[in-house]
Write a protein that binds this ligand. Sequence first.
Ligand SMILES: *Cc1c(COP(=O)(O)O)cnc(C)c1O
Length: 438
Amino acid sequence: MTEKIAGKTIAEWQEEYPLLKAIVATEEVYWENNDYQPEALGDVVSREELDEAAALFDRFLPFFKKAFPEVDLPSEGIVSPLREIAGMKKELEAAEGVSIRGELWLKCDHELPIAGSIKARGGFYEILQYAEQLAIDHGMLAKSDDYSKLYGEPFKSFYSNYSIAVGSTGNLGLSIGIISAKIGFQVTVHMSQDAKQWKKDLLRSYGVTVVEHPADFSIAVEKGREMCRDDENCHFVDDEDSKNLFLGYTVAAKEVARQLEEEGVTVDAAHPLIVYLPCGVGGGPGGVAYGLKQVYGEHVHCLFAEPTHAPSMLLGLLTGLHHNVSVQDFGIDNITEADGLAVGRPSGFVAPILEQLIAGIYTVEDRELFKMLYQLYRSEGLFLEPSALAGMYGPAQVTDKRLFENLDQATHLVWSTGGNLVPEKDREAMIKKGKATL
Ligand SMILES: *Cc1c(COP(=O)(O)O)cnc(C)c1O
């Protein structure tokens, strides 16, 4: 095969970047980002915008209470717990044969209310922002109002004139679908072939239209975009190119800062915070990383994690081609049990933002995800979906490779991205599969 990627053959690319050999062979790799600048931030989201995005979630708290009475909503709203996981630290140390320097914590976004995944942040934010703007533009709402009035008439009829569409591997569809249906929008979710059956069933139970595409994520997104294009009352949530999704994720940083302070955990030059984030298109982890840089500057270091069979952001950043390269271009199949990360091409909006923002990316095999799924379940009694364990692989590697200074006083923060909505039957099968790897 002599097909070229941006003018070069795969062999030529591999000569330029030797790590590509192992990446193409779907081996686990660690890529250190040589362009990383711990103090750099760029001008994508200002501190004011971050604060405003957080304030939007606060305004909608009365809406959530009224629309989801069955949900046990934390008093702060759409937030997740932060937990130290010392038992899991021992598991990892035993399994990897290293002693992890520093403390190990888990940011439990799998417990985010309603959507059960990190998509509750970006997805909810984009829909709520759109709904708020529409109502304000039509003179039906002021930001000082009690937003519980948005649930029910006359708003439901008003919003039914508008539609929402999104392409997804599963979790974004769940988050967008559920919140949009509650608001009253007509909503269509375009699912890629990776999407699990239970996610489609659950959405349909909310009255969401689910279109199944026998193709990968990029195609599902493209189809959704096309169907929305000619309809001015249709809002397409573009996971490959949306600032509002990104903004919603950045809000997590304020939450983490508040929680670490409450726990008495210091973050400064002598006490670095190292954060491990599973990456699909990059919006979720990118937004969180950006927000954390906004809050902690050079004292926080973010690492992204991808499956060995879907290293899309890694290829985008390493080659510098960003959205213009896919894992399939390099002969990688994008087939992984980590459905939330089964993405062949990174977000064109996010990839450039990450160039100097993240310290590196590592890849992890599916088998390891299941192993850690079981270890976490056994040691902490927590269940995560496979995608959500990709971050957990990092702390042992960082210690092993001595990547950062002052590791003895470091806080390792693994971002758990989803799992709470997984049905019992599927959980049992995954736990069993994880147990069999030991
Ligand atoms: C979507 C998702 C991610 C990654 O988010 P991206 O914005 O696609 O990078 C990670 N984990 C889970 C469980 C997800 O659903």
